[in-house]
Design a protein around this ligand. Structure first.
Ligand code: UGA
Length: 433
């Protein structure tokens, strides 16, 4: 099929490359010239495992091209809109300016019978509001939320665990077109839910709200564990064996961040308020608050370990990305912890395998070092806040010759306390003795 993808950020760039990989003829469009230049040269503009290789292969096949000119979308039968919906600067609501601009612009280039597919995460009611502009051009609208995880974006897009199509009642044409786009996944037996616009929009934010709630639930248990001497990691294992609960997303630690979970729960609450059902989502305020408290908890543990005063204390911060295998620092707990420590006077040396440049753009005042050894050399405290594999695999012997004092705060509960303590370290995790 001929496909256009409007917006080539995390979502759109991956979607465009994967659609080409599946055999479609794809044009990816973005207003950001640097991004388009990078993608056209076969380089992903951000770190995502496997994406550059995929883009390169798709470009070589002739099935993928990129452009800043929206007119290049003409001739495509399906137009995906994958632009960002960040949190507004002055409120908790989603900022829809990019979505609105993209829809207004694409309407100029549609041919009768085209299908426009919204992929961006939007407040419920957005598709209904945007549909008339598309339908006036004789085209149709569908909402098809995306569930990919950064770090696994390629595999999640090529082999999604479910497909959700929000369409007008009885719009078989749109369903058939989306089935043709996702033919490979459909043939592989991927569950597919055909529903209305509102449900499709809600599925997306409900999924992220549930995941955020699961993480904050276990972090709330960590707080209780800290007051009682219990071990939240064992608690998570034990409740996780109950198939109704499940062990995934029950890792207590410094909490969730990124470009999705935090802003999506806030946007969801703001939308519920507008709809007069704010009370229904009031619990998400606690989810957000519990999450933010964990960042301060890590800072407090560092302060405790040195007797309270952080001024001049050398702290090595391992990790800046909001999670491993990503260079994304949007709302990153790790970067936040590093910034808070610095604000309290600590002499912070922060490192990350991929996220130094992205961090520097947000917080140029922090001291970043590329090599792990340079970060931990002469450190009074080592803080692990993003669980990159290389940090998970650290041993006490790796660090002991470098540090000034053997103190490690494990903000992700990924190190073995016994091993570190046996080697003479003061080990502190979150919610574990
Ligand atoms: C999330 C969802 O998982 C995706 O399904 C969704 O498509 C995406 O948002 C989106 O809306 O675009 P992502 O932001 O890539 O994906 O990150 P997650 O893997 O969900 O992790 C979010 C945060 O939770 C990270 O900071 C991670 O460290 C933290 N986390 C995760 C925990 O603290 N504990 C856990 O047990 C799991």
């Amino acid at each position: 099929m001929k496909i256009s993808v409007i917006g080539c950020g995390y979502l759109g760039a991956v979607h465009a490359a994967c659609m080409a990989e599946l055999g479609h003829e794809v044009v990816g469009i973005d207003v950001d010239e640097a991004k388009i230049a990078s993608l056209s040269a076969g380089r992903a503009p951000f770190f995502e495992p496997g994406l550059s290789e995929l883009v390169e292969r798709a470009l070589a096949s002739g099935r993928l091209r990129f452009s800043t000119d929206l007119a290049q979308a003409r001739g495509a039968a399906v137009h995906f809109v994958a632009v960002g919906t960040p949190q507004s600067h002055d409120s908790d609501s989603a900022d829809l300016r990019y979505v609105d601009a993209a829809f207004e612009a694409i309407a100029e280039h549609l041919a009768p019978g085209d299908l426009v597919v919204g992929k961006s995460t939007v407040p419920v009611g957005t598709a209904e509001r945007l549909a008339p502009g598309i339908e006036a051009a004789g085209a149709r609208l569908a909402w098809n939320p995306e569930f990919l995880r950064e770090g696994f974006a390629v595999q999640d897009t090529l082999a999604p665990d479910r497909l959700v199509y929000g369409v007008r009642h009885g719009d078989e044409g749109s369903v058939a077109a989306l089935d043709a786009v996702y033919g490979a996944a459909i043939e592989a037996g991927t569950p597919r839910i055909v529903t209305d616009f509102a449900t499709a929009e809600l599925v997306k934010v409900a999924a992220n709200a549930f995941l955020a709630t699961k993480i904050s639930f276990i972090n709330a248990m960590a707080e209780v564990a800290e007051a009682t001497g219990a071990d939240v990691t064992q608690l998570a294992d034990a409740i996780g064996y109950d198939a109704r609960i499940g062990r995934r997303f029950l890792n207590a630690g410094v909490g969730f961040g990124g470009g999705c979970l935090p802003k999506d729960i806030r946007g969801f609450m703001a939308r519920a308020d507008e709809l007069g059902v704010g009370e229904a989502l009031e619990f998400l305020r606690d989810v957000d608050a519990i999450n933010l408290r964990r960042r301060q908890r890590v800072v407090d543990l560092v302060a405790d370990a040195v007797g309270g005063d952080l001024s001049g204390v050398r702290v090595a911060v391992l990790g800046l990305a909001f999670k491993p295998d990503s260079d994304d620092v949007r709302d990153s707990p790790a970067l936040d912890v590093a910034s808070r420590l610095r604000a309290l006077g600590a002499d912070v040396r922060a490192t990350d395998p991929e996220a130094i440049e992205t961090s520097r753009r947000v917080n140029p005042d922090l001291t970043f070092v590329v090599e792990l050894d340079d970060a931990v050399r002469d450190a009074d405290v080592v803080v692990l806040v993003t669980e990159w594999r290389r940090y998970r695999e650290l041993t006490p012997d790796d660090l002991a010759p470098l540090v000034a004092r053997r103190v490690i705060i494990d903000g992700r509960n990924v190190l073995d306390p016994q091993t570190w303590r046996a080697a003479g370290w003061n080990y502190r995790g979150l919610g574990r003795p």
